[in-house]
Design a protein around this ligand. Structure first.
Ligand code: AGP
Length: 623
């Protein structure tokens, strides 16, 4: 939700900031802006629209300076417009602020500040920060001034004081003509990372945007503020006490954060799935000794044995991973399992205890509702582990234990490789618990692990269908509605297929358990609505054939995801996309791949902005 990028050093700031904002555009892209300090004077350029529009504006009317902060916005308060774009200024235009998050008490603050004479020009919550800092800023004279600057300066003090009045979440960066050689930053809830170069520092909402320039970083923690100068970052706790923190080395390969020749990140990330899965299981499974090991799980064998209930909690695609996990945990570990939307779980006083394992699934590790669910689970004494793709993210740190997916940075807003790697980790956790609880034999565990080892190659084979899928997309891209049906573990995959399609192509799509179709959605079926059916070999195959007949009997159009070698489906279905044979347990991971490609090609043919679908943000850090 919104991206922040900043630069301070000896070079021109704007090119770095524009480049950084482009990388952060997935976090929000309805307006953008940059402010710089040039020879001690503030300059500002902002507008509604994409970063490319801002870039054009800056070409016509450049702003210079070797210090600057920029912002790409995902609107929460106030529609996308020039006035609502960040950076926001104080009354005198001497302090500017960029912010990611939500100031919950902004109306109250705005009223109080207005009464004191502050003039507001936007509808945003962020603008109160600029005025609140202005209100708390005072430049003492003489020796006091020296002392103030030793403590971090008045601007830093003003930010710290201002934040005492603020309720909500924020990552913010502030620059000012009052103290033109520094960037002040603060964090509570939304990520902020500082990267260190030679006599220059960068500031970003995520790590991939920094990788081109630096590999040494420091993450600001909640309730901390900081002062960035070209050579240094000083960090302070909420009491204003200086904190020491070591720089971390980031081992992500910068190349992997780029498009690598693919036309979109989504397509690249779909193709990266075999390797992402290989990396995610490497060093964690030992087929011969049927062992599974996760370094940071933080659960003893006894604690695992005592778990008598599992609750998955997550949002969106990650929630779908939990739905598949429910089948695996009940099948392999025989533990009663539920799956909860994080936003619902956190507020409904769930009945859980120390023998409940809450598994939070999240690609970003920053999703506000999932974080809230983790807090709630901890408050009720449950054991909490998270499955995250971002090392050191808020949710990873808040959980008792964590298993990282090793998918690498996922840039496309529509989650693909993060989903399949989440599934792989959930599958392994279910086997691990099955073993600890004595519900699964070593022989069966070895078989399940061996099946998983073969999975990446099978996904590579599934990707061979890309051209065929593109042709199917050609036939259906003008549809306005679509239905996705599946049974068993195919049902969450139907939900995920439908979510992918609606996210990137804006076609209205619904996922349903196939048997539920005749309890309502069947009324929608006609020749214009494609019905995508996950019809894989296995226990429920005959039942799903019955559902396909029901659709065909009503003149519907059926696209089947089928198991390779199933020729009988060709007679009833209009289109058949085959995936390689696999174990029934792992079939959902294979089945989702063609659905990702189908959504991608349909969106492409509709001319949609695949990597940055309208209204969406990659990381939803507001409730
Ligand atoms: C997936 O395509 C979506 N962009 C979205 O549903 C996402 O999965 C959800 O917001 C949860 O994000 P997280 O995994 O980072 O917590």
């Amino acid at each position: 939700m919104c991206g922040i990028f900043g630069y301070i050093g000896e070079k021109e700031a704007v090119p770095f900031i524009l480049e950084g904002l482009k990388k952060l555009e997935y976090r929000g892209y309805d307006s953008a802006g940059i402010s710089t300090l040039d020879q001690g004077k503030l300059f500002l350029s902002k507008r509604a629209g994409k970063i490319a529009d801002l870039e054009k504006q800056l070409k016509k009317k450049p702003i210079g300076g070797d210090i600057g902060i920029g912002h790409t916005r995902w609107a929460t308060h106030g529609r996308p417009s020039h006035a609502n774009s960040h950076p926001h200024e104080d009354c005198q235009g001497k302090i500017v602020v960029v912010h990611n998050g939500i100031i919950e008490n902004f109306l109250e603050l705005r009223r109080e500040l207005s009464e004191k004479g502050h003039k507001f020009i936007s509808a945003t919550d962020t603008e109160v920060l600029a005025h609140l800092i202005e209100e708390n800023f005072s430049l003492p004279a003489g020796p006091l001034r020296r002392e103030a600057s030793r403590q971090g300066g008045d601007l830093h003090k003003a930010v710290t004081k201002a934040l005492k009045f603020v309720r909500g979440s924020y990552a913010l960066a502030v620059i000012s003509e009052h103290e033109p050689k520094k960037i002040i930053i603060a964090r509570n809830g939304s990520p902020l990372i500082v990267g260190f170069g030679a006599k220059e520092c960068f500031l970003s909402s995520d790590i991939p945007a920094l990788l081109k320039y630096v590999n040494m970083i420091i993450k600001l923690e909640n309730d901390e503020t900081g002062i960035i100068t070209p050579n240094k970052l000083k960090i302070f706790n909420s009491e204003g006490k200086l904190i020491k923190r070591k720089r971390e080395l980031i081992s992500w390969d910068p190349e992997s954060a780029e498009k690598d020749g693919y036309s979109h990140f989504m397509l690249k990330e779909i193709h990266e799935q075999p390797n992402a899965i290989r990396k995610s299981i490497e060093g964690r499974i030992f087929a011969e000794s049927h062992k599974i090991h996760f370094d940071e799980l933080n659960l003893s064998d006894e604690e695992m044995r005592n778990i008598n209930r599992v609750v998955f909690t997550a949002c969106g695609t990650s929630w779908h991973a939990g739905l598949v996990g429910e089948y695996w945990f009940e099948q392999f570990a025989k533990i009663p399992t539920e799956v909860e939307y994080a936003a619902e779980f956190r507020y409904r006083h769930p009945i859980i205890d120390e023998n409940t394992l809450v598994i939070a699934i999240t690609q970003s590790g920053e999703t506000a509702d999932t974080l809230g669910a983790v807090w709630e689970a901890k408050a009720q004494n449950a054991k909490v582990i998270s499955i995250c793709n971002v090392v050191g993210s808020s949710i990873a740190r808040e959980s008792h234990g964590v298993v990282y997916t090793d998918a690498g940075p996922e840039i496309g807003v529509a989650s693909t490789k993060a989903f399949t790697t989440q599934l792989v980790i959930v599958y392994l956790l279910a086997i691990l618990f099955g073993k600890r609880k004595g519900k699964i034999s070593d022989h069966d565990a070895t078989k399940l692990i061996n099946d998983l080892i073969e999975l990446p190659t099978k996904i590579e084979q599934a990707l061979y269908q890309e051209k065929a899928i593109e042709k199917v997309a050609e036939k259906f891209y003008k549809a306005t509605n679509a239905l996705y049906l599946g049974r068993g573990k195919g049902f969450p995959i139907a939900l995920e297929g439908a979510l992918k399609l609606k996210e990137v192509s804006y076609i209205h799509a619904e996922g349903y358990p196939a048997a539920e179709m005749k309890h309502g959605p069947i009324a929608l079926i006609d020749k214009n609505m494609p019905v995508v059916v996950i019809a894989l070999a296995g226990r429920r195959y005959e039942k799903i054939l019955g559902n396909i007949e029901e659709v065909k009997a009503r003149g519907g159009v059926v696209i089947c995801i089928a198991t390779e070698g199933d020729f009988s489906l060709a007679e009833s279905a209009d289109e058949v996309i085959s995936i390689p044979k696999s174990s029934e347990a792992l079939s959902p991971i294979l089945a989702v791949v063609p659905l990702q490609l189908l959504a991608y090609y349909i969106a492409l043919k509709r001319g949609c902005h695949v990597d940055q679908p309208r209204n969406l943000a990659k990381s939803v850090t507001v409730e």
